[in-house]
Design a protein around this ligand. Structure first.
Ligand code: TXA
Ligand code: MG
Length: 321
């Protein structure tokens, strides 16, 4: 099992020798390795069972360092970077040759972000290379929002997990790029789209492609529990499942439902707070997936603010047809 702790010097030592470390961020935990070391990058793909066509995000701690990895930062993206970094924003920028094609899966843009977590920022400042870090979950499964989630799934494969407590946001970063002068959203996430619009005006959302996604986090099935997940009208679905005599769990928006003794249910936010719902989403899905139920029933959240990113995750996690 991996050791869990708050020792930045130890995390640094592992990373410098090419090993992988679980790191906290404000969005989700990452599985980090030296982005300039091709062997470490290959280990990230192997450890996650991640297909080579799904590129990684570079994590660093300053705009100066970002500039050393990319050819330029076109202005509307620079504006966003200055406004929201460190924070839940990932920016696609033309890469310099020093960034391996392995990191970008052969694409000419590299995804970069400055995460907003004090421990990880300290670690990044101490390193003289950027960290490549996908979410620290096996490919396609629910993202980790606590150190113990990383331990549960990847603990056998890595030596150290830096414990930064539960993630403050709980949803992956919002991914942006630019096409013909317009800011494009490739993945909705922890940074609300209205904040981006306020900063740069009109944006275009390109996060629904499924066959050849620009961001494979946008694959149709992703963020998924092992148990079937159905999203729809909870009253109706609960009645149907009760009639069938099936044991299920409920992930609701605000309400508690009248369920038989021992059927687990988790309201995402009883007060209707979308930020709280985002923080709870992946952890609750995990609890339900680990509980003794045959399936999980859920419902759509209001399609506003972070609710859009939450619904996006539910849609991709849901059992099809
Ligand atoms: O919040 C986050 O972004 C977390 C934390 C750890 O920083 N990371 C994360 O990484 O969610 P990952 O690998 O699970 O998802 C990254 C997404 C993938 O869907 C990937 O395809 C997309 O970013 N991506 C990375 N580089 C890209 C590129 N050059 N072009 C298009 N999409 C890219
Ligand atoms: Mg991921």
């Amino acid at each position: 099992m991996a050791e869990i702790g708050r020792d930045i010097a130890l995390a640094k030592a592992y990373l410098e020798q090419g090993d992988l470390v679980g790191i906290p961020t404000e969005t989700v935990y990452g599985l980090a390795g030296n982005a300039l070391d091709e062997q470490a990058v290959v280990r990230i793909f192997e450890t996650k069972n991640r297909p080579a066509f799904d590129p990684l995000i570079l994590h660093t701690d300053s705009l100066e360092k970002v500039k050393s990895f990319v050819t330029s930062i076109p202005e509307p993206l620079g504006l966003l970077a200055r406004e929201f970094w460190p924070g839940p924003l990932t920016v696609l920028l033309k890469k310099k040759a020093m960034i391996s094609d392995l990191v970008t899966s052969g694409l000419d843009r590299v995804a970069v972000r400055i995460p907003n977590h004090p421990l990880t920022l300290d670690l990044l400042r101490a390193l003289d290379f950027p960290l490549a870090a996908p979410s620290a979950n096996p490919f396609g499964y629910i993202s980790p929002t606590q150190a113990i989630h990383v331990q549960a799934q990847l603990g056998e494969k890595i030596d150290y997990i830096l414990d930064g407590g539960p993630c403050a946001i709980g949803l992956e970063s919002t991914i942006v790029g630019i096409e013909s002068g317009t800011v494009v959203i490739y993945r909705m996430g922890g940074l609300d789209l209205s904040a981006i619009e306020k900063c740069v005006g009109n944006i275009s959302i390109r996060s629904h492609s499924s066959s050849h996604p620009a961001a494979p986090g946008q694959l149709k099935s992703h963020y998924a529990p092992r148990k079937p997940l159905f999203v729809g009208n909870l009253d109706q679905m609960i009645q149907e499942k009760l009639d069938q005599g099936s044991r299920f769990g409920v992930l609701s928006w605000t309400k508690n439902y009248a369920l038989p003794e021992g059927f687990p249910q988790y309201p995402l936010s009883e007060t209707g707070d979308l930020a709280e719902a985002a923080r709870n989403l992946f952890g609750y899905l995990r609890h339900l997936d680990e509980s003794e139920v045959a399936c999980i029933l859920s419902e759509w959240l209001p399609e506003v603010g972070l609710g859009r990113a939450i619904n996006d995750r539910l849609r991709r996690a849901a059992t099809m047809g």
